[in-house]
Design a protein around this ligand. Structure first.
Ligand code: HEM
Length: 394
């Protein structure tokens, strides 16, 4: 079998989660570089060493042609994510304001209040779907609050962002993008007329953190915050809840002592890898394993395969709640490492913590429903049915 035969189609939405995981593992074990003829031709890098090597060498592995395969020219480039230095570093400074550890710490009471409001909605029912009722709305509402949207508008934005993400790489994308663009322009026009003390007003003013931002820049920033931070965190939270409710004794262990939670979160992120595939374009020839890849070649970095590489992780398929060496790449690595990682970790810690505080006998009640690859990169849950003793029951 040639390496080309092993390449799976990351845009084939009919593949189940199990089939996608098997494809990642098959490619990784077959050879370091797996070629695909699809979508104009590209190479998958799947081994930890090669994926981390590419992530930490942005001068050779450029993000400026987009981090999706195929590239979409129909929208502005996403700030920071789809730029190389020096513009990349400038965009990171612009984006960083609400995402620094200190800003996230200050946002924690808001996150806790949003989590509690969402749990209030189902706590007396005894059953819930924790994807629809917690994992998906939470990040959308938190990001909405961060940029200045009220809860209702943030929930509507969630639907638009979800449709946009799911349409990536498909013919439906232009229509979904038009919808996103129209909505964000409405927000910005509103802030020009009625300025407030919020990030949207800053974006509408045309200068954010000292950088002049045109209309495409403002739309791009909103793409980075809303699309970047929504499903990714929703997927991570769904994965975390499922792991905690499935692994024997883990829920009760964490209820009794939260000190193990940070390691559990990192291990869950490693095994879930919410955003699995990011592209690069070679700016010079690069040797990977026994292949020399030419300048101009497009590559797809398979973070999910890397995060289960036995060359880096001992017993990689096992959820090890005490794993000490866990240099996973679920948030990427190097210059483009996720700017929202502190926010995502805070949401995961607070959401799980409040669930364990308020619904101590929370358990799965039916089969979780996993997606395949959505939009060519996201792996998530569509449903997580749970049951519990209703809050306040005698
Ligand atoms: C568990 C949740 C999340 C995961 C798994 C995740 C994953 C990632 C990954 C893998 C990258 C690197 C992409 C690359 O190297 O091309 C990245 C970059 C980025 N993420 Fe996240 N992300 C999450 C949450 C968030 C949140 C909450 C936000 C903001 C609200 C956010 C904003 C960004 C931005 C702006 C970048 C680009 C950084 C740069 O290019 O310098 N992410 N994310």
């Amino acid at each position: 079998m040639t390496s080309t035969d092993r390449a799976f189609d990351h845009l084939d939405g009919t593949l189940s989660a199990t089939e996608v995981r098997r494809a990642h593992a098959d490619m990784r074990e077959a050879c370091p570089v797996v070629h695909s003829d699809r979508h104009g031709g590209f190479d998958y890098l799947t081994r930890y060493e090669n994926v981390r090597g590419a992530l930490t060498d942005p001068a050779s592995f450029s993000s400026a042609d987009g981090v999706k395969i195929p590239t979409s020219a129909l929208r502005p480039r996403v700030p920071a994510l789809e730029f190389d230095d020096p513009e990349h570093a400038q965009w990171r400074r612009v984006l960083d304001g609400p995402l620094t550890p200190r800003a996230v710490k200050a946002l924690e009471p808001v996150i806790t209040a949003v989590v509690d409001l969402l749990i209030d909605d189902f706590a007396a029912a005894g059953t819930a779907d924790l994807v629809d009722q917690l994992a998906e709305p939470l990040p959308a509402i938190v990001i909405g609050r961060m940029i200045g949207l009220d809860q209702g508008e943030a929930v509507r934005a969630r639907g638009i962002a979800a449709a946009l993400y799911a349409a990536m790489g498909s013919v439906a994308f232009p229509a979904r993008y038009a919808e996103f663009h129209e909505t964000t322009q409405r927000w910005l026009a509103d802030r020009r007329e009625r300025p407030r003390e919020d990030l949207l007003t800053e974006m509408a003013s045309g200068v954010v953190q000292g950088k002049v931002i045109d209309e495409a820049g403002a739309t791009g920033l909103l793409l980075a915050y809303i699309v970047g931070g929504h499903h990714s965190t929703g997927s991570a939270l769904g994965g975390l809840i499922r792991h905690v409710l499935t692994l024997p004794g883990l829920r009760d262990e964490l209820r009794a002592d939260r000190r193990g939670l940070p390691r559990v979160i990192e291990e869950s992120l490693r095994l879930t890898t919410p955003l699995q595939l990011f592209a690069r374009t070679l700016r010079c020839p690069v040797q990977v394993g026994d292949r020399e890849l030419p300048e101009g070649e497009r590559v797809l970095l398979d973070l999910a395969a890397a995060n289960r590489d036995p060359r880096e992780f001992r017993d990689p398929e096992t959820f090890d709640r005490a794993r000490t060496r866990n240099r996973h790449v679920a948030f990427g690595a190097g210059a483009h490492v996720c700017q929202g990682q502190h926010l995502a970790r805070a949401e995961l810690r607070i959401a799980l913590g409040r669930l364990l505080d308020r619904l101590p006998d929370l358990r799965l009640d039916g089969d979780p429903v996993e997606s395949g690859l959505v939009g060519g990169s996201l792996m998530t849950h569509y449903a997580l049915p749970v049951s519990f003793t209703p809050e306040g029951a005698p």
